[in-house]
Design a protein around this ligand. Structure first.
Ligand SMILES: [Zn+2]
Length: 86
């Protein structure tokens, strides 16, 4: 147990949030969890995870077979941060 906050900003500990996905111990169950895990992988430079979770090249074929489904990603409304000038 690391006790550090997850890079995705969920407010949970890394070990209770994205770490199991990045370690290959679990699969994200929602589109948001997948998105958050990909962001955490980016922060930690876990490039293989980013490659593994890319949209597969044959996704249209899988969609036609009904093996994947479309999801709506709903995120809380937040104001866009203003760009900071150095
Ligand atoms: Zn996370």
């Amino acid at each position: 147990m690391s006790g550090e906050g997850c890079p995705c900003g969920s407010g949970k500990g890394f070990d209770l949030c994205c770490e199991p996905y990045l370690a290959g111990k679990a699969l994200p169950e929602t589109a948001e969890a997948l998105m958050r895990s990909r962001y955490s992988a980016y922060v930690r430079q876990l490039i293989p995870y980013l490659k593994e979770t890319l949209w597969p090249r044959d996704a249209p074929v899988a969609a036609a077979r009904g093996s994947i489904c479309a999801v709506n990603l709903i995120l809380p409304e937040r104001p866009c941060p203003k760009p900071q000038r150095p």
